[in-house]
Design a protein around this ligand. Structure first.
Ligand code: PMP
Length: 280
């Protein structure tokens, strides 16, 4: 595959970064994951706006205008044969002697790569996935899409070790989100998802789900559910750019609702597919 590194397109195995890069030494950077359908970046303006917000949150100056980002992204998609892809984009604070204090006059490092965008497994849509709950051990700026993913990685591995596909995170008795997804509970026909604050990532897919629900008159509240409400929910879902919206049918080994993907999920999944078709 062809990657982009600091102004150049080159083969992945020729791309090299300094061991002094602050991304490598300090996890000092932010990122985006952008799905590409049939050669077209999905909801690109929203991803670029969130990138801007993340950069602002960590006090890195945005190295490119949206026009420049769009050009880089379109070129990278074309150099990777268009089609469906998952683009990974990261900006770190740059290369400098190791020090917690920000370096002065250093240009950020910019890296993009294209990864395969695998279709969501049919079994996930027919049977749903397994999830565990675990304590949300992250910092208090989960709204920033930081590359520093050690806590997320530990929690996702905990799910994997338990034979589950996602960890649902509990902070102060309330569901925040998943280790790599936003999370939803359906209770008596009403969809709940945690509000946008410093405890969750403002998911692009989450925003779309809220808009689709509003358009279809499906009741949805941006309100966090308690752990006990989660355990009694009729349906549980997760969402992300690469997985769209996926039903959870087993939580900590207990059956969720009917044990099958629920009717409200079916409706949202259909709306999501319809939206993708419309914008294609
Ligand atoms: N929350 C977390 C912690 C994530 O890592 C992600 C994305 N992987 C999401 C939510 C979903 O965000 P989006 O819909 O923008 O992919």
């Amino acid at each position: 595959p062809t990657v982009y590194l600091n102004g150049e397109f080159l083969p992945a195995d020729k791309a090299q970064v300094s061991v002094y890069d602050r991304g490598y030494l300090l996890g000092d950077g932010v990122y985006e994951v952008i799905p590409v359908y049939a050669g077209k970046a999905f909801l690109l303006e929203r991803h670029l706006q969130r990138l801007q917000n993340s950069l602002h949150g960590v006090r890195i100056e945005n190295p490119h205008s949206n026009e420049q980002w769009t050009q880089i992204i379109e070129d990278l998609i074309a150099k990777n044969n268009n089609g469906d892809q998952s683009l990974y984009l990261q900006v770190t604070r740059g290369v400098a002697p190791r020090d917690h204090i920000f370096p002065v006059g250093v240009a950020p490092s910019v890296f993009l790569m294209s990864n395969p965008l695998l279709p969501v497994a049919e079994s996930w849509k027919i049977e749903g996935i397994k999830a565990i709950t675990t304590a949300d051990i992250r910092w208090m700026r989960c709204d920033i899409k930081a590359i520093t993913l050690l806590a997320n990685s530990l929690m996702k591995q905990q799910a994997q070790d338990a034979g589950a596909q996602e960890a649902l995170l509990i902070r102060d008795n309330y569901l925040t989100e998943g280790s790599a997804s936003n999370a939803y509970a359906v209770i008596d026909g009403v969809i709940f998802t945690a509000p946008k604050d410093e405890k969750v990532l403002p998911g692009i897919t989450r925003d779309l789900i809220i808009e689709l629900a509003a358009k279809a008159d499906m009741p949805l509240h941006e309100r966090a559910v308690s752990e006990s409400a989660l355990r009694n929910a009729d349906e549980i879902w997760i969402s992300s750019s690469t997985k769209e919206v996926v039903p959870v049918t087993l939580l900590d080994g207990e059956i969720v609702g009917s044990g099958k993907p629920g009717p409200i999920w079916q409706q949202m999944h259909a709306l999501f597919q319809q939206y993708k078709q419309e914008v294609a």
